[in-house]
Write a protein of this length. Sequence first.
Length: 385
Amino acid sequence: MFDFILKPSSQKYQHSQVLDDILEKRYRELVVKHHIQSDAAQIQILGHLQQLLDNISAQVEQNKYLAFNPPFSSAQQTTKSLYIFGDVGRGKSMLMDVFFDACPIKLKRRVHFHAFMQEVHDYIYQSQKQNKADPITSLAIQIRKTSLLLCFDEFHVTDIADAMLLSRLFTQLIKQGIIFVATSNQHPDDLYKNGLQRALFLPFITLLKQSAEVIELVAKEDYRLLYFKSMETVFYVGDREKGDIFLQQRFNELTNNGVVEAKTLWIKTRTVEFSKVHGDILYSTFDELCNRELGPADYLAIAGEFNTVLIASIPVLKSEIRDQVRRFVLLIDNLYEKKIKLICTLDQSLEKIDFKDKDFDIKRTLSRLLEMQSEKYFQSDGLAV
Ligand SMILES: Nc1ncnc2c1ncn2[C@@H]1O[C@H](COP(=O)(O)OP(=O)(O)OP(=O)(O)O)[C@@H](O)[C@H]1O
Ligand SMILES: [Mg+2]
């Protein structure tokens, strides 16, 4: 009856004792096989994740014998969830992945928090169309059927619709006995800071702190920088198809195969949409950045918002596309000044670019682009917040 909780025996899971320190063991394997650095702060976080893993395993054992009770009902639940916060690039998502892979249950899901909330809104919208009562409770019951453990990557709240919903939603999820692990750049107290009607959001913060252990990952460094230093090239020149593969791979490595979402930047009184964003990483194209009506304020905002920008398909810069080139110059100036990391693909190498215009100077841009590939540039602190 409970086979949906336990993984098949091929997963080696026998008893929680077997899992002792399995996370640290897997981490050590990563250190050896993938040459990641051993970091005491990360190992400390793994200790908390291991504790949670042990608790889940123990509860699974216990529930195997409670044939007529739904496993992990709220009455039985003693296990606290986990909320890991910390600066960018410290390895939060990576550690969560180690935990997720090792967790010996079938009913688990790892999802980008924003994507999860999209699904929640869709469900509520459909329920309301069908005049169904109490959609949040029925949604929590639905979620519980497929997920006992939810791993949320990049927990953040900027949207008022999410903010107003979270307290009710999480109350129901917790009631269903669902356990969650979340990674975030913010402490719960800082979530939805300065958001509209924040007072109505505060009960959620209280609930979060009650139901989850909140821990900070203070790792040695931003490991994404190490990654930049180890890259042979950040600028790929040549065939577009291969260039796209190059860029996608760099993106996957930088984000641990992170999910992309659309993002809207509010710039003064208007909005600018980007189709692919992961946290502070913008995955864009020359067309998206330079082939639409963007101006100085927009490029300033882009450089303020992102820490790394990937630009696909920078074409041969020539006078026929003078307007786009002018915007490109502005873009690079802003990225350079804020020390934003740049990875891009170009149709033509920088040395071959021969573009002259009486109104603006591309020489400075080319020299900046050369510098933006250097290790020294990567090491300088980005000024973007
Ligand atoms: N100890 C380490 N040694 C080397 N590389 C590491 C280490 N920890 C993480 N990394 C790498 O650093 C990059 C960033 O890690 P990760 O995406 O997990 O960070 P994060 O804390 O989730 O960042 P963000 O807050 O931006 O989501 C990844 O490529 C990851 O594999
Ligand atoms: Mg992350």
